[in-house]
Ligand binder design. Structure first.
Ligand SMILES: [Zn+2]
Length: 472
């Protein structure tokens, strides 16, 4: 028994030695580059695509007016509370005071647009989701119509909510300064309008400040309804909520950009908007987070996401819960309350730029392609990728970029540029091993959002094998 055990012990030791030797051999083989590899796709290496430079006329960061952001927030805070249950008619205290400040700011900016920008106060009656209680609310939209008849019913938009709340959201009387949540988002929307008011864009731009966020995203739901009623296509929606402070030590930090994935957890319109935003703003400025919102929480982009539209959320790097949703007070030496003194206007100015520049570039881009599919080239032994898409005629379009990536990668790369046509074969590339998308490129270098390629609808067999075998 003893010997036997010892015997096992020796064999185990020998086995361990063999494993070590095998690992060492594998390392040597790795160094010698004779490890197993994947087949090259395409065998001769990917093409070097022609890349049009990005559009000129980038917004100068120095043109962001941090004082204007500060003034907007000070004016909103001076309304005492902007709780959605507070007064809409008192000009000095309550949410109506907040609305007046927002309207005045937008109207000032509209003058700089040469009368093109329209300021709309959208008044509506809604119901509280839990109790069904009726509630009067108002949103403010500044709309800069697009110059291209083919694109002016497409809208790219930014928003913040101008309502605020104390600890008890039903308390219409307590102070609720709401400097960060979400005076900052409203101020960023207003500053984006100021930065873009003088320009001309093919698509329409909309700058919003909505109410009822704290009661269940009621203003955002109304805004979606308003846009649908007015036959707008939502090209992209950047929601800004709590974007005014960079309180974590060791700053400056990047603003977070939240986007949810599609049904497979990967691609979605919102994810494409996030990736386009990051590409335009730069990875130094934006931290993409691949979830719809902060864990278990929500915001005004969500009704748009639920409708299958591209909508994302900007939020500061690290929230401070002592400074949001708190009735101002001091307890045990801790100061609670959402005050302007906790804000960082340089950070907020960066966020305004992070909104305005993507809105500018997306609104001068051609319409994105539609009906983008990828399948195997029929009857090709290797099953190469065959992409097809649709796009309306557009004299301002330079062509299409075919995008691809490994299925494990988060970001697209440009595989090839195609000046015209509505299909392309990717010789030597299997559609099984990569994900694909198409985006349009304007002669001005502006790119549309990418549209991921999906497999075309499978049709029942017709007798002749004109497509690669399905199943299995
Ligand atoms: Zn908020």
């Amino acid at each position: 028994m003893k010997t036997k055990t010892g015997g096992f012990g020796r064999r185990s030791f020998a086995g361990a030695l063999a494993l070590v030797a095998a690992a060492a051999l594998a390392m040597l083989l790795g160094a010698g580059a004779t490890m197993a590899q994947d087949p090259a796709e395409p065998p001769g290496g990917a093409p070097t695509p022609q890349m049009l430079p990005r559009p000129s006329g980038k917004i100068d960061r120095a043109s962001v007016d941090e004082n204007s952001l500060r003034e907007t927030i000070d004016e909103l805070v001076a309304c005492g509370t902007r709780d959605s249950f507070s007064s809409w008619t008192d000009p000095k205290r309550g949410i109506g005071c907040g609305r007046d400040r927002v309207v005045a700011r937008f109207e000032e900016i509209a003058k700089e647009s040469g009368g093109r920008m329209q300021v709309v106060v959208d008044k509506f009656e809604t119901q509280l989701p839990r109790t069904g209680e009726k509630l009067h609310l108002e949103n403010v939209y500044a709309i800069l119509p697009g110059s291209d008849p083919a694109l002016q019913k497409t809208v790219f938009m930014t928003s913040g909510h101008f309502d605020s709340r104390p600890s008890d959201t039903n308390d219409a009387n307590a102070d609720a300064p709401g400097a960060d949540d979400d005076g900052s988002g409203a101020a960023v929307s207003i500053e984006s309008a100021r930065l873009l008011a003088k320009g001309t864009y093919r698509a329409t731009l909309l700058f919003a400040a909505v109410s009822g966020e704290e009661q269940g995203l009621l203003g955002a739901q109304e805004m979606l309804k308003y846009l649908q009623t007015h036959d707008y296509t939502i090209g992209g929606f950047l929601n800004n909520d709590i974007v005014g402070a960079d309180s974590a030590p060791g700053g400056p930090h990047r603003v977070r950009l939240f986007s949810g994935g599609g049904p497979d957890g990967v691609d979605s319109p919102s994810r494409e908007l996030a990736c386009a935003t990051e590409e335009i703003d730069g990875r130094d400025n934006v931290r993409m987070i691949f979830r719809e919102d902060r864990l278990g929480r929500g915001g005004d982009h969500m009704p748009f996401v639920a409708a299958g539209l591209p909508a994302t959320r900007f939020t500061e790097p690290q929230e401070d819960y002592d400074h949001q949703h708190q009735t101002p007070r001091t307890e045990n030496g801790v100061e609670y309350g959402d005050f302007a003194k906790f804000l960082d206007y340089k950070f907020m100015g960066n966020v305004a730029w992070d909104n305005a520049e993507p809105l500018r570039e997306l609104a001068i881009a051609p319409a994105p392609p539609s009906e983008v599919t990828v399948t195997h080239v029929p009857q090709s032994a290797m099953g190469y990728a065959w992409m097809r898409w649709s796009a309306p005629d557009d004299p301002e379009r330079a062509g299409f970029e075919i995008l691809w990536r490994e299925t494990t990668e988060p970001r697209w790369s440009v595989y090839e540029f195609v000046p015209s046509g509505k299909e392309a074969t990717l010789d030597g590339v299997s559609p099984d091993n990569h994900l694909f998308a198409i985006r349009t490129v304007g002669k001005n270098g502006a790119r549309s959002l990418a549209v991921p390629a999906i497999a075309p609808m499978r049709r029942p067999p017709t007798g002749t094998q004109s497509a690669p075998p399905g199943g299995k």
